[in-house]
Design a protein around this ligand. Sequence first.
Ligand SMILES: [Zn+2]
Length: 70
Amino acid sequence: MTILTKSVMTCPVCKTKKEESMPTDFYQANWQCPKCHMSVIPKRGEDCVFCSYGTVPCPKRQQQLQEQKK
Ligand SMILES: [Zn+2]
């Protein structure tokens, strides 16, 4: 099973992109944009900012998706 731990976040306000490392053992519920300093929080119904705004969903979500495929 391959779990990616890097995701490129895109700020929903100013569209700045930044590569971030993701925690593997919990949902990261906020992220601060390095440019506009907006505190980004997950979209409604989602637990994690990477799942909402990253190029790669968080490790916990990746694990769930891979388990569903079995
Ligand atoms: Zn921003």
